[in-house]
Design a protein around this ligand. Structure first.
Ligand SMILES: Cc1cc2nc3c(=O)[nH]c(=O)nc-3n(C[C@H](O)[C@H](O)[C@H](O)COP(=O)(O)O)c2cc1C
Length: 174
């Protein structure tokens, strides 16, 4: 059942030194392209990165929360052209999460690395840094990077006691 996948899903930030097979990359790409999008405008674009130098570059996009990309064998950069759709953030977020869940289903670990609204340093945004690293055209904006690989850390799914049922309301708030 799909809920079983959700019950075991965790963010994985430590990866084995082992490539992700092309068949699994193909499935990840298919999954991303099957993401629903507002008005079917498919505003996203995906950049598949396996080159180790580029992964090291991406790991430096922001000072915190992304350095583990350098140890991942695969990163998928999720970006969009905002002129194509006013709700590109939603489109990209759905695709990013589908990548995260598909990776889990394939026995891979993965973690979302937030890029939108994050800084590289005082002078440059993380997005601008990635634009330069990956040769993105000026009209592209970056939502996130999904770092993917065979996990080197074991994490249990969150127990039911972790769930914030108090945030669920019946009929009206409160
Ligand atoms: C929108 C979003 C942005 C995130 N950004 C980062 C990030 O930049 N770096 C990181 O290490 N984890 C990031 N995460 C992963 C969260 O830290 C993680 O989902 C949360 O701590 C819960 O842990 P779990 O996924 O193992 O349940 C992000 C998750 C989401 C949904």
């Amino acid at each position: 059942m799909f809920i079983d996948l959700l019950r075991m899903r965790r963010s994985i930030r430590q990866f084995q030194d082992k490539a992700v097979e092309q068949e699994k990359i193909d499935i990840l790409v298919e999954a991303a392209l099957r993401a629903p999008s507002s008005r079917s405008l498919n505003s996203w674009e995906f950049i598949i990165v396996t080159d180790s130098d580029k992964l090291v570059d991406l790991a430096k996009a922001k000072p915190h929360g992304g350095s583990f990309i350098q140890n991942a064998p695969l990163a998928i950069v999720v970006c969009a052209d905002p002129s194509q759709c006013d709700v590109w953030i939603e489109d990209c977020s759905i695709a990013s999460f589908i990548l995260h869940l598909t990776a889990t289903d394939l026995g891979l670990g993965s973690c979302w690395v937030q890029i939108r609204k994050r800084e590289h340093n005082l002078e440059m945004s993380a997005e601008e840094y990635i634009r330069k690293s990956l040769n993105l055209p000026d009209n592209m904006v970056v939502e996130a990077i999904i770092a993917i690989g065979y996990g080197k850390e074991e994490k249990s799914g969150h127990p039911a006691s972790f769930l914030l049922y108090r945030k669920v309301h019946k009929e009206k708030f409160g």
